[in-house]
Design a protein around this ligand. Structure first.
Ligand code: PLP
Length: 281
């Protein structure tokens, strides 16, 4: 656990900091969050994550108690106070203290530092499995704190030896519980769902990295296309780009990690590193 956290713009001991019991995040699960990486003391793609965080807040009628400039300074102070050079940052904006247990109050802004994600290398070299589930998140573009469906399905995910659950709705492929999905079809086109999803920052980075390498198509994708794909992979801040070789026990492509997943993951890592180098100077 990090030594210090942020609460409403102040840096406090994480062990002692807390919020009250009547916060709407506790009573009704109402709140938003975001999660991003930092390295060399610098947040990755800060502007893009801030855009999503402030826009999620606005859509949920919650006011972030500090503006972007102050938040940016606050993050750097928190990183320095913890003496970390790399890790992950979680911003949480709660519904605040509710006067009647239902209506939002003034939001609490929590900032937590987590270790830099370290996933088993086999996830990347051998690929991972998913299970599918018919579900569409309530407000797909908002990064709400509610992960009821995914968390409730954890026992089934574990039993299937899968990593995550993949959502589809009315036969349309959407996203995984904490990541976006891409397919490479037999024409070597890169295809990703374009609506009713969270617009992942990593999804956007991968699209940028893929530009000029193969055609990129953002459109409605049918679930069956997944099973006809040559390759599939998921993307997320803490997963980078992870090949998917099995869904519901059915092999994707030949069931092995494909060349595009390898190439685009390398490209994504280089893109991230290039960003850090540019801001660090
Ligand atoms: C529902 C959902 N979709 C997609 C993503 C991937 O987004 P990002 O690449 O910004 O981490 C996440 C990340 O947590 C998510 O929760």
């Amino acid at each position: 656990m990090a030594k210090y956290c942020g609460l409403n713009g102040e840096i406090l001991s994480q062990q002692e900091a807390g919020i009250g019991l009547t916060d709407l995040a506790i009573l009704r699960g109402y709140g938003i969050f975001d999660y991003f990486l930092f390295k060399y003391g610098q947040p990755l793609l800060e502007e893009q994550y801030f855009n999503r965080f402030y826009s999620s807040a606005e859509k949920m009628h919650l006011e972030v108690p500090i503006g972007r400039q102050l938040l940016s300074r606050h993050l750097r102070e928190l990183i320095a106070a913890n003496g970390e050079t790399q890790g992950a940052i979680r911003l949480v904006l709660t519904g605040g203290y509710s006067p009647d247990g239902y209506a939002p109050g003034a939001p609490n802004l929590i900032v937590l530092l987590h270790p830099y994600p370290k996933l088993p290398e086999a996830y990347f070299t051998e690929g991972v499995g998913l299970i599918s589930h018919s579900f569409q998140r309530e407000w797909p573009e908002i990064k709400a704190i509610n992960y009821l469906t995914g968390i409730k399905l954890l026992p089934q995910i574990r039993q299937a030896g899968a990593l995550e659950v993949l959502y589809h709705h009315n036969g349309i492929l959407l996203e995984a519980v904490r990541s976006n999905i891409f397919l490479v079809n037999s024409r070597e086109e890169l295809i990703t769902p374009h609506s009713n999803i969270l617009y992942g920052i990593t999804r956007q980075s991968v699209i940028k990295v893929a530009e000029g390498l193969l055609p990129i198509i953002e459109r409605e994708v049918r679930l069956e296309e997944l099973f006809q794909a040559r390759e599939a992979f998921i993307t997320g801040t803490n997963k980078s780009l992870m090949p998917v070789v099995k869904v519901d026990g059915r092999l994707i492509g030949n069931g092995e990690v494909g060349p595009w997943a390898r190439k685009l993951r390398e490209g994504l890592e280089a893109y991230r590193e290039g960003y850090y180098r540019k801001v660090v100077g």
